[in-house]
Every structure is written in structure tokens, then in C-alpha cells.
Design a protein around this ligand. Structure first.
Ligand SMILES: CCCCCCCCC/C=C/C(=O)SCCNC(=O)CCNC(=O)[C@H](O)C(C)(C)COP(=O)(O)OP(=O)(O)OC[C@H]1O[C@@H](n2cnc3c(N)ncnc32)[C@H](O)[C@@H]1OP(=O)(O)O
Ligand SMILES: NC(=O)C1=CN([C@@H]2O[C@H](COP(=O)(O)OP(=O)(O)OC[C@H]3O[C@@H](n4cnc5c(N)ncnc54)[C@H](OP(=O)(O)O)[C@@H]3O)[C@@H](O)[C@H]2O)C=CC1
Length: 288
């Protein structure tokens, strides 16, 4: 795998591109969220990051402060509405505004669709859709609508057509893609942009912890550019979208996946018994 060279923060953007802005990144202690918090801070934004575990948050804050940035960390489970309120309280207490919200926290497990229990389905949708909406609503109402400005990002998946083993997760991400589109119709009048970013498979600790090397090799083979993504491939895009250069982009999904969405699931469709797909050979044809 050829993803080992991290990119410097803020790639080609000016180092003061986000100066004066405040960004809230959920799940900002690790992986894509951490890279995004670093990129936004390297562009001059003050950053608030939250997640359940305090340790990764503290480490990310140290890196941000080493860049000369300001970072507030908050240990919170965003599935709890009271935690969402507390995160927004803390961000507003610390910096007085929130200009950019990156709804990055998310997670799932891989399982055949028919084996996903109602509780497992709910756990994934509760985080990816309900908690994301709760945070978005709170930030919009308290920080963005009153100032008539803001940018909200949602994280989806590529490929976008469906992914075997991810029925719950891929459908949840389709919901947030639609949310980005729908909110742009309602919130452009408040100067709020809503954009969905759909990463392909990105080499993060989260991926290492939850998927096998075989999964990764298979995914790598399905990427036309021939490598998995780096967290910085995603964070650089978000930093651009949050900048003035991105100010005409809203209500859409931007895919960052090395071309994977152009190829689809990237492996043969699962075997299906012939008689189930050919009406003439159905065993029940004469006896429906
Ligand atoms: C080729 C191109 C392709 C390309 C393919 C691209 C692949 C996409 C790549 C994406 C990569 C990433 O996102 S990498 C980032 C990954 N990070 C993660 O995914 C984090 C790991 N996941 C989690 O934290 C959790 O699983 C999460 C889903 C959020 C649920 O958290 P909870 O604390 O609520 O979980 P629990 O309370 O333990 O369980 C809640 C319910 O879920 C069920 N559940 C939990 N784990 C389960 C499991 N492994 N299998 C079945 N069921 C499970 C439990 O039985 C419960 O159901 P009941 O018993 O019925 O109540
Ligand atoms: N890596 C990939 O290939 C892809 C990832 N994605 C998505 O991008 C996002 C980031 O993924 P990645 O960086 O790889 O993975 P990580 O597992 O590193 O990131 C997930 C982050 O979300 C936080 N989080 C999870 N649950 C909660 C919660 N209930 N409340 C608050 N924070 C929470 C985690 O912190 P903590 O556990 O401490 O709470 C962690 O920091 C996720 O939504 C993921 O599904 C999308 C496409 C591809």
C-alpha cells in the first residue's frame, strides 16, 4: 500500500485562509477528523474537537497547539442530546462563534444484511444520521442562523451505489447525502452551505482496527489510482470547501476516492442461483 507519506497541512491554500473562523469537528481526535482539525487549524481556524475517548483528543490538541493553533477538546458521546448541547455550549463559551461544522464522527461493523439485528441497525443510524442531525440543528440554530453564515460538512461513503456488508451504514450515509442537498434549499437563505464529502477507503487507524489486511488489499485493487486514500486527501478537500474558494459549492456531494466510485463495488457480484433470476427455470413457475 502506498499511503505512507502524509501531506503537509493546508496543501496549496494560504496559511491564513481560515483566520478568524471557528471549526467544530466531531470525532476530531483520530483519523480523518484529526487530519481535518489540523488542516483547519493550520489555516488559522480555532478548533473544537469532540469524541468519547479523552486520550486521542488530548494528543490531537497537542499537535494543533504545536502548529500555533487554539484547540478545545471535549469528551462527549454525540448520540446523547445533552452531550450535543454541552459541546456547542463549550464551543461558544470558548470562541463565541462556530463557522464550520464537520460531522465526521461515525462507525459501523460489516455484516450480511440479513444478520444485522434491529439493535445493530439502530446503533449505526443513530450515530450517522440522528446524532449528526442533532449536532447540525444545534449548531445551525445557535451559531450559524443568527450570524447568517456557516458551512456544514457531512461524511458519506464511496462507492455510493451500495456496498456488500454495509447495508445499514451505506443507507445511513445516503441519508446524509440527501440531507446536505435538502438543507441547501432551506438554509442558503441564511448564508449556510451544506456539503457532503464521500471518501473512498481511507487508510486510518479506524480502518486498521476494524478490517482485515485482506479487506484492505481487495479495496485497494478496486481503486483506479491504485492506492487507498490518506486522511489528508479528505481533510485537504474539506479545508478547500470551507475556504472562500469553495464558497459557490453547496447542496452536493464531492467524492474523494481515487476513482473507486467510477468502478463500483470493485469485485464480482455475489453468486445467485440461476433459477432465482431466470423466470423460465423457476421451480415454482407452474405452482406460484
Ligand atoms: C470494494 C469496495 C468496498 C469499499 C468498502 C468501503 C468500506 C467502508 C469503509 C469505512 C471505514 C470506516 O468507517 S473506518 C472507521 C471505522 N470505525 C468504526 O467503524 C468504529 C467501530 N464501530 C463502532 O464503534 C460500533 O460498532 C458502532 C457501530 C458505532 C456501534 O456502537 P455501540 O457502542 O452502540 O455498539 P454496541 O452497544 O456494542 O452494539 C449495538 C448493536 O450493534 C450490534 N453490533 C455491534 N457490533 C456488531 C458486529 N460486529 N456484528 C453484528 N452486530 C454488531 C450489537 O449486537 C447491538 O445490537 P443488539 O444486540 O441487537 O442490540
Ligand atoms: N476510513 C475510511 O475508509 C472511511 C471512513 N469514513 C467515515 O469517516 C469518518 C472518520 O473515519 P475514520 O477516521 O476512518 O475512523 P475513526 O474510527 O478514526 O474515526 C471515528 C471518530 O468518531 C468518533 N466517534 C465515534 N462514535 C462517537 C460518538 N458516539 N460520539 C462522539 N464521537 C464518536 C471516534 O472517537 P471515539 O471512539 O473516542 O468516540 C473517532 O474519533 C467516520 O464517519 C467513517 O465512517 C467514510 C468513508 C471511508
Amino acid at each position: 500500500m502506498r499511503t505512507d507519506q502524509p501531506l503537509p497541512p493546508v496543501g496549496g491554500l494560504r496559511p491564513d485562509v481560515h483566520t478568524g473562523k471557528v471549526a467544530l469537528v466531531t470525532g476530531g481526535g483520530t483519523g480523518i477528523g484529526r487530519a481535518t482539525a489540523l488542516d483547519l487549524a493550520a489555516g488559522g481556524a480555532s478548533v473544537v474537537i469532540c469524541g468519547r475517548r479523552p486520550e486521542p483528543l488530548a494528543e490531537a490538541a497537542k499537535e494543533i497547539e504545536a502548529l500555533g493553533g487554539s484547540c478545545v477538546t471535549l469528551s462527549a458521546d454525540i448520540r446523547e442530546e445533552s452531550h450535543v448541547t454541552t459541546v456547542v455550549d463549550r464551543a461558544l463559551d470558548a470562541f463565541g462563534r462556530i463557522d464550520v461544522l464537520v460531522n465526521n464522527a461515525g462507525g459501523q461493523f460489516s455484516a450480511p444484511a440479513e444478520e444485522i439485528s434491529p439493535g445493530g441497525w439502530r446503533a449505526v443510524h443513530r450515530l450517522a444520521v440522528e446524532a449528526t442531525w442533532a449536532m447540525t440543528r444545534e449548531v445551525a440554530r445557535r451559531a450559524m442562523i443568527p450570524r447568517r453564515s456557516g458551512a456544514v460538512f457531512f461524511i458519506a461513503f464511496s462507492p455510493r451505489r451500495g456496498i456488500p456488508g454495509f447495508a445499514h451504514a451505506a443507507s445511513a450515509r445516503a441519508a446524509v447525502e440527501n440531507l446536505a442537498a435538502g438543507l441547501s434549499l432551506e438554509w442558503s437563505r441564511y448564508g449556510i452551505r451544506t456539503v457532503c464529502v464521500a471518501p473512498g477507503t481511507i487508510a486510518t487507524g479506524g480502518l486498521d482496527d476494524h478490517y482485515t489486511p485482506e479487506d484492505r488489499e481487495r479495496w485497494e485493487r478496486s481503486v483506479p489510482l491504485g492506492r487507498l486514500g490518506r486522511p489528508e486527501d479528505v481533510s485537504g478537500l474539506i479545508s478547500f470547501l470551507a475556504s472562500p474558494q469553495g464558497s459557490y459549492i453547496t447542496g452536493t456531494t464531492v467524492v474523494v476516492d481515487g476513482g473507486a466510485d467510477a468502478w463500483g463495488a470493485g469485485h464480482p457480484v455475489p453468486d445467485v442461483p440461476h433459477h432465482l433470476t431466470t423466470p423460465d427455470s423457476s421451480p415454482n413457475k407452474d405452482n406460484p
